[in-house]
Design a binder for this molecule. Sequence first.
Ligand SMILES: Cc1cc2nc3c(=O)[nH]c(=O)nc-3n(C[C@H](O)[C@H](O)[C@H](O)COP(=O)(O)O)c2cc1C
Length: 181
Amino acid sequence: MKFLVLYSTVEGQTRKIAEAVASHIETLGHFVELTDTNQVGFADPGTGDGAILCAPVHIGRYPSAFVHFLQNWKSILNNIPTAFISVSLSIASTDEAEKAEARAYPVTLCEQTGWKPKTVLHCAGALKYSEYDFFKRWMLKRIAAAENGPIDARQDYELTNWTEVKRFVDDFINDINTDKG
Ligand SMILES: Cc1cc2nc3c(=O)[nH]c(=O)nc-3n(C[C@H](O)[C@H](O)[C@H](O)COP(=O)(O)O)c2cc1C
């Protein structure tokens, strides 16, 4: 089978997740096309047997280029099985209200765009304090503190659970195979 892995990223962690998804799909013996949705004018996203889309939450929303991409291609995406990996910090929170907020982001996105993924993974991203400017570092320390997350900005933190990402991909592909009979 052929799968599309479409992603949007701001700081790079979602690209890393999309690359891990793509290479896992390849190890399962399938073809993959990995594309950044911020690049315009690439091939029709409907040319795969399924698609996994990945995007991060920044200040309570997904990148606007990603939202526009979904608005443009939703009819084609809704014709093939699709899955969404929503990357955020709040999903790693110990606070239930913060987690609930993370779970609500994809619901709003789907309402806003009309895209209907079959399944969603809420995936923790990364805190790259060393790469942020002063303002971002200050903001992210505040966000992390609200979530009982790591606030020692002398180091970076990768909170992504790679085993969970691979399992999500396995389940998505197995479901497609089951549906095909
Ligand atoms: C400026 C900024 C704002 C962020 N805002 C949120 C937020 O509102 N909620 C949240 O859960 N995570 C937030 N995060 C955490 C990101 O979702 C996380 O760092 C993710 O790994 C970023 O993905 P990317 O590297 O692909 O851009 C924010 C991160 C940054 C840098």
